[in-house]
Write a protein that binds this ligand. Structure first.
Ligand code: PMP
Length: 395
């Protein structure tokens, strides 16, 4: 099928989410690079939105997928059969987490992980109210959308869940609004789609203390920040606060669809009482779990995490040296480059593809662009990327 006709079929038959899809026709991806039909090479600075942390087509992940697909794929709805890829990934994950996070419920996506976590909190506490934070993004399903901290996104889908209270991220004073009526507070330890907003002044510790004081479960959504993106395996490790429930997605599946919510055995037990309180057909698909396990093993064996701070510094210093850049926010390889002007960002974006950069903006911040490459980008490749970024920043 010719290039042109595939594009027109894409526009006609594949449901569109915006009027301006990037429309790259990728035929191969390897490491930090995407290759199109015409042979053009693009640097992937977005990692499929924080998914491809170990780079595209990592041989260990590909081998794990091939091996598991040949052995068995879907067998039975989640939770019935003993499937070794699930068990081994759950065990591995729990060795990376504090002892209170010892039970893993596998799902298919980040949204679903947050849905499950919020249901668990309502079931366990027998309370209805949910607290979330301004400019948070937790997914697009109706429950997850209900706790988005952005009215414009929710507006056309009302009514959503009742009893949602939106507080300002980093406001210690507003934490008092979490009370004995609150089932859970859900928060991204570092807000992603808000334009990479980091927590300040022990905010997460204070949130943890408030939740403990009033018996509210604390959910950390690490769908975007988890599995090493910020240089720690989980961002919460940086801030001295442990959640009651942790949610994962994106990079967790090593490029395959996978999500999870993780809690204590005691908490998780309430989903089986009454039985089948939360069920999923494909959650924890064996091929996804095999890929996820391979990916976390790559992060460890290739010692990617200790290098992340240095890579961040290279990128941030180079960006801050450009006069158009007002600020670089973020931790590790989840960075927002703030230009302070939405038109300037649009101008920048118009140049990126022509200079071979695949890059993305944020849902709730139109004055910055995102840098979130695979964690195994090399120093040399960072130099190449910075040269390209400079060309795109030219007026
Ligand atoms: N939580 C966070 C913090 C996210 O960034 C996202 C996706 N951008 C989600 C949840 C939703 O994940 P998914 O798209 O896999 O449902």
């Amino acid at each position: 099928m010719s290039h042109v006709s595939l594009r027109s079929l894409f526009l006609r038959h594949v449901a569109q989410t915006s009027s301006a899809p990037m429309g790259l026709e990728v035929v191969r991806a390897e490491g930090i690079y995407l290759y199109t039909l015409s042979g053009q090479r693009y640097v992937d600075l977005v990692s499929g939105v924080s998914v491809s942390s170990v780079g595209h087509s990592h041989p260990r992940v590909v081998a794990a997928v091939q091996q598991q697909a040949a052995q068995y794929m879907h067998l039975m709805v989640y939770g019935e059969y003993i499937q070794s890829p699930q068990v081994l990934l759950a065990q591995k994950l729990c060795t990376l987490l504090p002892p209170s996070l010892s039970s893993v419920y596998f799902v298919n996506s980040g949204s679903e992980a947050n849905e499950g976590a919020m249901k668990l909190a309502k079931r366990y506490t027998r309370r209805a109210e949910v607290v979330c934070f301004r400019n948070a993004y937790h997914g697009s399903t109706q429950g997850a959308l209900s706790v988005a901290g952005n009215d414009a996104l929710k507006q056309t889908f009302l009514p959503l869940l009742p009893g949602v209270r939106v507080l300002d991220f980093n406001s210690d004073e507003q934490l008092e609004q979490i009370t004995e009526r609150t089932a859970c507070a859900i928060v991204e330890p570092i807000q992603g789609e808000a334009g990479v907003v980091v927590p300040q002044r022990n905010f997460l510790q204070k949130l943890r203390e408030r939740c403990t004081a009033v018996g509210t479960l604390l959910i950390f959504d690490e769908v975007q920040t988890g599995m090493g993106r910020t240089g720690a395996m989980f961002a919460f490790e940086r801030y001295g606060a442990t959640p009651d429930v942790l949610t994962l997605g994106k990079a967790f599946g090593g490029g395959m669809p996978l999500g999870a919510f993780v809690a204590s055995g005691e908490l998780m037990g309430c989903l089986a009482n009454p039985a089948l309180g939360h069920i999923t057909t494909f959650g924890g698909h064996p091929v996804s779990c095999a890929a996820g396990l391979a990916a976390v093993e790559v992060v460890e064996s290739e010692k990617l995490l200790p290098e992340v701070a240095h890579k961040k510094q290279l990128l941030a210093e180079a960006m801050l040296a450009h006069p158009a850049v007002k600020e670089v926010r973020g931790e590790g390889l989840l960075l927002a480059v703030e230009l302070g002007d939405a038109q300037r960002v649009q101008q920048f974006f118009r140049k990126t593809l022509q200079h071979g950069l695949a890059i993305d903006w944020f849902l709730f911040c139109n004055t910055a662009f995102r840098i979130a490459p695979p964690l195994n980008i090399t120093d040399e490749q960072i130099g190449e990327v910075c040269n390209l970024l400079y060309k795109c920043l030219e007026k």
